[in-house]
Design a protein around this ligand. Structure first.
Ligand code: NOJ
Ligand code: CA
Length: 690
C-alpha cells in the first residue's frame, strides 16, 4: 500500500482505461463523472444525502485534502466461484467539511473491472442522524440497451425486461446495460452493471429515473454524433413506514459502496470480483471446516406442485418414512445433504400472521431418529426456518432455535420470509437489513451455514461471513410449479444480472418438465390466481443440467422429487457434479441470449451452456483445460468429456425431454461444437484420463 497527499481530484484504474473525476461547484455541491477509454461514460452526476433536523449533508463543502493510495494483493476464500482473488485498485479519498461542521470522506476505488465509491460522514455534537434521501445519481451519457427487473422494496421475484436505457423508469440492481464509448474514432461497446457492495446497515438502493435534470450538472461538450442521450438514474432508498430512509443512533455513518462493474464484453461482468473486493475480509476465526459447499435434494418440489403438503396431514411430505427415503437416495447418489420443509409446527396458519415454532417438530417427523439415521448414512440434514415474514417471532426464538438446531446435528439452515413484515416495514429497508445481519451473525456463532429465501439482495457479505452461503432473491424454480413460469430467456438473464451480486439458490434440475403425473392428480391443490393448473418448466432437460453449472450456488439443489431421478441416465451428471469449485470463467454470452460458463473443481471441469428461446450453435475452444497443467506436472492432459446435450428433435416447448449423452476424448487443443435447441442447453463433465 502506497500513499501520498495532493489536491488533484481525478483517479484512474490501474490499466488507465477508467477515469473518475470528483468536482465541487461554487455552492459546494459535489459531483463526479467517469470516462471509459477517454470518452464520457457517466456524465456529471450528483452526490450527497438529505437528512432531518436541518443537517446539511449535500452542499457548502470544501476539500480539506485528497489522499491517493493503491493496493495489489491476492486473497483466498474458503469457497466461491474462484478461491483465489486479486484485489487491485487505485483509491482516492477526498476529505471534505462544510460550514455546518459536517465532515465527509468520499472514498473512490477504481479497478480494471469497474468502480466503487462510498460516503463516510461524521457530524459534530449529535447523537442521531436520520436520512431522508440519497442524492446519488448515475447519469449515463449515451443511450443503449438494458436488462433489469423493476424496482420493488418487497420482492426480487420478478421477470426481466430488455429495454432501451432511456425507456427505463425504475429498476432494481444489479442494473445491467450496454452502451458505447469512442476511442480513436472507433465506437466500442461498454457493458456495465450498477449495484452496491457491503450493504450491512442501510436500506437497499434501487434506481429511479431522475425526473428533471438539474441544469447545473449538464455538461456542454456533447459530441454531435452522440446526441442520443442516455438516462440519469437517481438512487431510491427503501423507506421506513414513516418514509424516512435510515436511522443511526450515533454521530457518523458509512454508506454501502455504490458500484459500477465495467467491461468491454458481457461475460467480463460475470468474471469480475469487484463486489467481493469491496467487502471486508472474513471475520470468522478458527476451524471453518463446518462451512462447506454441498449438493442436496429435498422434500420440497412435491409441496410446490401440491401433491405433498407442508402441514401435517394425509399428504404430509416431511414424515419420518419419507425422510429416510430421501436420505437413502442421497447416500446412494453421492449427494451430501437433504432439506426437509414442513418439519415444524406453525404451517397450519399459513397465510395469516405466522407463528412458527423452530424447536418443535411435527409429531410424524421424528427428528432424533432421522438425525440418527442420516448420520449412519453420512448424509447432512438441512434445517428449514420459514418465518412467513414474522421477524419478531423469529428474533424472539433466534438464539434458542440455532442452539437447538446445532445440538440436533444440523449444520445448515434454509430460511424464508414469504409474507409481509410486521408493523408495515418493507422487506428491503434498513430495519430488515439489520434483521438479516443479526441472523447471519447468530448462525455464525452456532457454526451454521445459511441459504436465505426472500432475502435482501447479495452485496458480497459472503466474504466477511462465509457461512452466508447462498440465497434466492430472484424468480427461482418454484415459479414454474404454480405460475406462467420462468421463460427460456430468464436463465440467460440471471448470470448477467442477479448473479453478478452473488450465488443464487435457484434450485435447478426438474426432470419431470411437463408434470404430467401430477397435473391431473386429484391431490393437486390450486395455489393462487397465478396457478393456471397447467404450469411446466420452460426449458429442455439438457438445459436443466446446464443450469447446475451456470447458476452458481455453493449449496446446489436437485429440485425434483427423487422418483423422477431414479434410473434416469441424465442424473449421472448431478452424481458427478462437484459444487466446491475453485476456479470459474464465463467464456461466451450475451444477456438474455446465451451463456457458456466453465468451472474447475479439483481435477474435474464442468461446462454449462444455455440459450434463450432461439436454437443456437456455439464453438467452445477447450484451452481452459490447460489451466490444470500445474497439477499434472506440466503435461498436456487428456480428458474424457461426457456431453449431455439436446436431442436433434428437442425443443423446450414441444419436445423438452429429448436429450443425448456422448463421450469423447479431448485435450486443450480441441474445440467443442455445441448445438442447443430452442430453450435448450448443454452440460459437460471433463474427467482427466492420464
Ligand atoms: C418460498 C421459498 O422460496 C420456497 O423455496 C419455500 O419452499 C417456500 N417459500 C416455503 O417456505
Ligand atoms: Ca421465493
Amino acid at each position: 500500500m502506497s500513499s501520498c497527499t495532493s489536491h488533484k481530484t481525478e483517479v484512474s484504474s490501474p490499466n488507465n482505461n477508467i477515469r473518475l473525476a470528483f468536482n465541487i461547484d461554487d455552492e459546494g455541491f459535489m459531483s463526479y463523472n467517469i470516462k471509459v477509454n477517454d470518452s464520457i461514460f457517466i456524465d456529471d452526476s450528483q452526490l450527497g444525502f438529505e437528512a432531518k433536523d436541518g443537517l446539511n449533508l449535500s452542499n457548502s463543502f470544501e476539500i480539506i485534502k485528497t489522499e491517493f493510495s493503491s493496493k495489489d494483493e491476492t486473497w483466498e476464500q474458503i469457497w466461491g466461484e474462484n478461491k483465489i482473488i486479486r484485489n487491485h485498485y487505485n483509491e482516492m479519498a477526498v476529505h471534505l467539511a462544510n460550514i455546518d461542521s459536517i465532515y465527509l470522506t468520499m472514498r473512490f476505488r477504481l479497478f480494471d473491472d469497474g468502480i466503487g465509491f462510498r460516503y463516510e460522514y461524521c457530524v459534530k455534537d449529535i447523537d442521531k442522524i436520520i436520512l431522508t434521501d440519497e442524492l446519488t445519481t448515475f447519469n449515463i451519457r449515451n443511450n443503449g440497451v438494458s436488462w433489469s427487473i423493476p424496482a420493488s422494496f418487497e420482492t426480487y421475484e420478478l421477470l426481466y425486461r430488455t429495454l432501451p436505457l432511456n425507456e427505463v423508469d425504475n429498476a432494481n440492481t444489479p442494473f445491467t446495460f450496454k452502451t458505447q464509448s469512442r476511442r480513436d474514432a472507433e465506437t466500442q461497446s461498454i457493458y456495465a452493471s450498477i449495484h452496491e457492495a457491503a450493504l450491512t446497515d442501510f436500506p437497499e438502493m434501487t434506481l429511479g429515473l431522475r425526473p428533471a435534470k438539474d441544469e447545473r450538472l449538464k455538461t456542454k461538450d456533447i459530441e454531435e454524433k452522440f446526441k442520443v442521450q442516455g438516462s440519469e438514474f437517481k438512487v431510491q432508498l427503501a423507506p421506513y413506514p414513516d418514509k424516512t430512509k435510515a436511522i443511526f443512533e450515533k454521530d457518523n455513518f458509512i454508506s454501502p459502496w455504490r458500484t459500477i462493474q465495467i467491461s468491454d464484453k458481457a461475460v467480463g461482468l460475470i468474471n469480475s470480483n469487484l463486489i467481493l473486493n469491496l467487502n471486508e475480509p472474513c471475520v470468522l476465526e478458527g476451524d471453518l471446516s463446518w462451512i462447506r459447499p454441498m449438493k442436496y435434494v429435498g422434500v420440497w418440489w412435491g409441496m410446490h406442485l401440491g401433491v405433498e403438503s407442508w402441514v401435517m396431514g394425509d399428504r404430509h411430505g416431511a414424515t419420518t418414512e419419507n425422510a429416510k427415503r430421501y436420505i437413502d437416495f442421497a447416500a446412494d447418489n453421492n449427494i451430501d445433504a437433504v432439506l426437509f420443509e414442513g418439519w415444524n409446527e406453525g404451517w397450519d396458519s399459513w397465510g395469516g400472521r405466522q407463528n412458527f415454532d423452530f424447536t418443535k417438530a411435527y409429531a410424524d417427523f421424528d427428528i432424533d431418529e432421522i438425525m440418527r439415521y442420516a448420520k449412519t448414512k453420512n448424509v447432512e440434514v438441512i434445517g428449514h426456518h420459514e418465518t412467513g415474514g414474522n421477524i419478531i417471532n423469529y428474533e424472539n426464538q433466534l438464539e434458542d432455535a440455532y442452539r437447538w438446531t446445532k445440538e440436533k446435528g444440523i449444520n445448515c439452515v434454509k430460511t424464508g420470509y414469504a409474507g409481509g413484515l410486521p408493523d408495515f416495514h418493507n422487506h428491503h429497508g434498513q430495519h430488515n437489513v439489520r434483521h438479516y445481519r443479526k441472523v447471519v451473525e447468530t448462525a455464525a456463532r452456532h457454526h451454521i451455514t445459511l441459504d436465505v429465501h426472500e432475502p435482501i439482495k447479495p452485496t458480497g457479505i459472503r466474504r466477511t461471513y462465509p457461512n452466508m452461503m447462498t440465497r434466492e432473491g430472484a424468480r427461482g424454480m418454484e415459479w414454474n410449479a404454480w405460475s406462467e413460469g420462468n421463460p427460456p430467456e430468464h436463465h440467460v438473464m440471471l448470470p448477467f444480472s442477479r448473479l453478478l451480486a452473488g450465488p443464487m439458490d435457484y434450485t435447478p434440475g426438474t426432470f419431470d418438465i411437463l408434470f404430467d403425473n401430477t397435473r391431473n392428480s386429484p391431490l393437486r391443490k390450486k395455489w393462487n390466481d397465478n396457478d393456471k393448473g397447467n404450469s411446466r418448466v420452460n426449458t429442455t432437460l439438457a438445459k436443466q443440467l446446464a443450469n447446475w453449472v451456470i447458476l452458481y450456488s455453493p449449496l446446489q439443489m436437485a429440485s425434483d422429487m427423487i422418483e423422477h431421478y431414479e434410473g434416469h441416465p441424465a442424473f449421472q451428471f448431478f452424481r458427478d457434479f462437484n459444487p466446491d469449485c475453485d476456479w470459474s470463467e464465463a467464456l461466451q454470452g450475451e444477456p438474455g441470449e446465451y451463456v457458456a460458463i466453465v468451472r474447475r473443481a479439483g481435477e474435474d471441469f464442468f461446462l454449462g451452456a444455455a440459450t434463450n428461446g432461439e436454437a443456437r450453435e456455439i464453438e467452445i475452444p477447450l484451452s481452459f483445460l490447460s489451466c490444470q497443467l500445474s497439477a499434472v506436472s506440466g503435461q498436456q492432459s487428456v480428458y474424457e468429456a461426457t456431453i449431455y446435450s439436446d436431442g436433434d428433435d428437442a425443443h423446450w416447448e414441444t419436445n423438452p425431454t429429448s436429450y443425448k449423452i456422448e463421450k469423447m476424448t479431448v485435450s486443450s487443443n480441441d474445440t467443442l461444437f455445441i448445438k442447443m435447441a430452442a430453450g435448450g442447453g448443454c452440460a459437460v463433465v471433463f474427467k482427466i484420463e492420464n
